[in-house]
Ligand binder design. Structure first.
Ligand code: ADP
Ligand code: MG
Ligand code: MG
Length: 885
């Protein structure tokens, strides 16, 4: 065959650019070799070979077997040694190596080539008999386990028994003769386990070992890891066949692992561990406790200095923190692996900033070094990572961060104690809008019921309050005000700790470490601002959140919801009165009560955001959220009847029941929502418009400047709706201007959150000054799934089974819902080229979604205050990546 695919590359043929073909490890050793760092000679079998074999049920592609033999022959020629040769034996390792590093997920075999024929000359050449037998027993065990699938305990039991018999603790205390005996035992056990089919020919072993590494790509732990990291199964692994160097040749030999900087803090300092007279996995496997790298200076000073130089060189060359493996064979240093080191969020930020200061990378490169999602961890006080406490129960990690507080079992109590500055954890079966005042001032919320989107979770996330939801098996007794977790009962005032990033709940108070928004963090986010095109705003509806958002870099408010304002306990009565009003007079009276409260809300937000734009969305309620529950109200009336309650009280509750019945909807999500309510009751948007303008004027008067007022009409699907609402709002606004004898600039726009609105965006744009895509509802209505039902039901299975790549509420469904956004932008701009477009809702804080929003040309994203830095960084990275393309 002439045009055969090349599946095998010699070490000198490769370099870093060939990573997809040679894998990270293969490309890494080739690149080191290229720049003159000492690396044992090798050849690499490509990922393509693995993929070809996988596609063909494990059968190797044509020519692979011959090419491996060819690679081996060339390696033998270069080293002057031969596999299986009794005089000059070559020993190799057979190492897995995927494109993205998957540490420890796949298999590696060391010392292949050692056999009854070669072991004596290995001993003679090294002048060390013990070493040779040590290599041999290690080989049989690794080969037996990895290639032949023999149970590890077969070998471990034999080793333990031998150590017991000899009365020694450590492997290193075994003599050459002991190990010789162990090899005989191992061989016999292996042969027994395989029914007499134990292979002893090294060439056959090499082929089988390569095949075993291919197969290890599909082993369960690799599968799990790939899923968690989003690595594709189709990539396959490369296999590196490399001459062995020996860290176990006595006390002048060693093996170890080191980093060019501290991967947990990012500080540039010595970081690593080593062991003398040890091989390969000894350091990581914990058989012997490794020593800190600094101690190597005394034991092997020359190799130590050479290692420091090499570390610095590799970091300089790869321009990133390196994680390296090395072996010292009789004082000579060899590097066996180098890769970009995995690091904590804090270390990622620090190394990126330091490397810019050191002139190693540009600011743009630094931005690409920090994963936006990592910043999240930096924004919340966290549980000390070194804390080893055990959780008493694990619920859903509904809102990240950590909370320590005294338990409270009802929202009023929590509000009171929290308001006085006590650290409170609100424990509820589930939370309702009535609880919001308690939630707002709590450190954390723990619920027995409800998922990641339960009211508690959504609110808590928006406010940066830690939440563990749906903790299984916890028993809350609301009467006694106790919760029983894992057999222990906790009452009011007892302390628990919540980890909202993992869902863990702990007994007592765990130590929290504060978020460290240091100079480095500031630098990274400021550099991001220099690069990004997308604006970043926040969703906030009170002074605290708005101030927090501004502090974290928000350039405005993209969504101030007004229905949450209506849910506060001091307002709900008036709001219910308004909704339940039987006629316009009653409604007007209720609205009259609400207007000053609304105005106060807006003044607070406008004060926090003065100088910046604020989008206020008019009331968008699923009506039932404001009303007593139909069943509850029926039961209440029944009870009062039985108890023979006073007639006036009974009449009042009956009246309410009648109204609740009248307003009851089969499917509130598709019922009288958004502007539909305002179409029925124009006095509501009118009141809200007045409150907004009064507030803006008052703030201008008081502060000397005010905000850019943007009034947003929710859930428009027909142009006519927007026209009608626009007229109502404009009239009210102009009336207020007239009364005040002053004006200010304002705009009126709409949310695009229903497919029909996106598809007719060209028409709707005629009546809109701006669009804000409500991607949560657009996802619900575009895919036709209700978020709560989906997330507590089938969606988990869909994602696990890869029917859907990810949860479309967390990261936008680019192919479907994304199209609606794209169409909305294009059609809107076809009518008004300068139409301002943004997105509000959780997708606005999701890095992958932000990349998409950047690509369709939105003007800004708006997200929860605590995600603002993440959005700033994501927007910059999106821009950098799009420039690269
Ligand atoms: P992993 O991906 O699990 O780290 P490696 O292929 O890096 O697996 O190998 C496992 C261990 O064996 C590492 O400590 C490595 O340094 C060591 N090792 C691999 N190849 C050789 C070799 N040719 N000579 C000496 N040690 C080796
Ligand atoms: Mg390794
Ligand atoms: Mg909506």
């Amino acid at each position: 065959m002439t045009d055969q695919t090349k599946y095998v590359y010699d070490l000198a043929e490769g370099d870093m650019s060939m990573k997809p073909l040679l894998g990270g490890k293969g490309a890494g050793i080739a690149e080191m070799n290229k720049i003159g760092v000492p690396v044992p000679d090798a050849f690499t079998v490509t990922t393509e070979a693995c993929v070809a074999a996988m596609k063909n049920d494990g059968t190797w592609p044509d020519g692979l077997s011959d090419q491996i033999d060819g690679g081996l022959a060339r390696l033998e020629e270069r080293t002057g040694l031969q596999l299986g040769d009794a005089e000059n034996p070559l020993l190799v390792s057979v190492r897995s190596g995927a494109v993205q590093s998957m540490p420890g997920m796949m298999d590696t075999i060391l010392n292949l080539g050692i056999s009854d024929e070669t072991v004596e000359s290995v001993a003679k050449l090294a002048d060390n008999e013990r070493f040779a037998w040590d290599c041999y027993r290690r080989f049989i065990q690794m080969y037996g386990e990895v290639v032949e699938g023999i149970e590890p305990h077969v070998y471990e039991d034999a080793l333990t028994k031998l150590k017991d018999d000899k009365g020694v603790e450590q492997d290193t205390d075994l003599t050459a003769d002991d190990l010789k005996g162990l090899v005989a035992t191992f061989k016999q056990l292996s042969n027994e386990a395989l029914g007499g089919n134990w292979t002893t020919d090294p060439h056959e072993q090499l082929h089988r070992a390569v095949n075993a590494v291919f197969k290890s790509w599909l082993n369960p732990r690799a599968e799990v890891y790939r899923k968690s990291q989003g690595i594709s199964r189709d990539l396959g692994t490369a296999v590196n066949v490399q001459q062995m160097v020996f860290g176990n040749r006595g006390d002048t030999s060693a093996t170890g692992v080191c980093f060019s900087r501290n991967p947990s803090t990012g500080v540039k300092e010595l970081y690593g561990e080593f062991l003398t007279n040890a091989q390969g996995e000894d350091v990581v496997a914990g058989i012997r406790t490794p020593r800190p790298l600094a101690e190597m200076e005394e034991v092997l000073p020359e190799a130590f200095r050479e290692l420091l130089d090499t570390m610095a060189r590799l970091e300089e060359h790869n321009k990133d923190m390196q994680d390296m493996e090395f072996t010292i064979e009789d004082r000579k240093l060899y590097m066996l692996q180098t890769r970009n080191g995995k690091r904590t969020a804090a270390a990622a930020v620090k190394t990126a900033v330091d490397m810019v200061d050191e002139g190693l990378i540009t600011k743009e490169e630094a931005l690409l070094r920090v994963e936006p999602a990592q910043l999240d961890a930096l924004l919340h006080p966290g549980i000390d990572p070194n804390d080893a406490s055990e959780a008493i129960v694990k619920g859903l990690p509904a809102s990240p961060g950590a909370a320590v507080g005294a338990l409270s079992f009802n929202a009023d109590d929590a509000a009171e104690r929290g308001g006085q500055g006590e650290n409170v954890i609100l424990v509820r079966y589930e939370t309702t809008p009535d609880d919001i005042h308690g939630v707002m001032v709590s450190q954390g919320v723990l619920t027995a019921h409800g998922g990641m989107t339960s009211h508690a979770a959504v609110v808590a996330r928006g406010m940066g309050i830690t939440c563990v939801a749906g903790a299984p098996g916890i028993k809350i007794d609301p009467k006694a005000e106790t919760v029983t977790i894992n057999g222990k009962t906790y009452g009011t005032g007892d302390t628990l700790t919540l980890n909202g990033s993992t869902g863990d709940v702990f007994d007592g108070a765990l130590e929290l470490v504060p978020p460290d928004l240091n100079e480095d963090f500031e630098k990274i986010t400021t550099w991001a601002d220099e690069v990004r095109r997308l604006g970043v705003r926040a969703n906030a509806e009170n002074f605290e959140d708005a101030s927090k958002a501004r502090e974290l870099g928000a350039e405005g408010i993209g969504l101030a919801r007004t229905e949450h304002m209506f849910m506060a306990s001091d307002r709900l009565p008036a709001v219910r009165k308004m909704i339940l009003a039987e006629n316009e007079e009653q409604r007007a009276a209720a609205l009259e009560e609400i207007l000053p409260m609304q105005q106060k809300d807006f003044e607070a937000i406008f004060t926090a955001m003065k100088g910046l734009p604020v989008t206020v969305r008019l009331l968008d309620p699923p009506l039932h959220e404001f009303l007593p529950n139909l069943v509850d109200q029926s039961l209440l009336v029944q009870r009062l009847e039985i108890e023979g309650a006073p007639e006036d009280k009974l009449a009042k509750e009956r009246e309410t029941l009648a109204q609740v019945k009248k307003l009851h909807e089969q499917n509130p999500m598709l019922g009288t929502r958004g502007c539909r309510l305002a179409m029925l009751y124009p006095s509501i948007p009118e009141m809200q418009a007045r409150a907004i303008i009064k507030a803006a004027l008052a703030v201008q008067e008081r502060e000397g400047e005010t905000v850019g007022v943007e009034i947003m009409i929710p859930l428009v699907v027909i142009k006519k709706e927007l026209e009608v609402q626009r007229e109502i709002v404009t009239k009210a606004v102009e009336d207020e201007f007239e009364k005040a004898g002053k004006r200010l600039d304002y705009t009126i726009g709409t949310m695009i959150e229903i497919p029909r609105a996106a598809l007719t965006a060209d028409q709707i744009a005629e009546a809109a000054d701006f669009f804000s895509f409500g991607t949560n509802d657009l996802t619900q209505t575009g895919i036709g799934i209700s978020r709560d039902d989906a997330e507590s039901g089938f969606l988990g299975h869909y994602v696990a089974d890869e029917v859907m790549p990810k949860n479309p509420f967390e990261s936008i469904d680019v192919d479907g819902v994304g199209q609606l956004v794209r169409i909305g932008v294009e059609k809107g701009r076809a009518t008004k080229p300068n139409l301002k477009t943004g997105v509000c809702g959780e997708h606005g804080g999701d890095p992958a979604s932000i990349e998409f929003f950047n690509s369709v040309g939105l003007d800004y994203v708006s997200c929860s205050p605590f995600r603002v830095p993440i959005a700033r960084l994501s927007a910059a990275r999106a821009e950098l990546l799009s420039r690269k393309k």
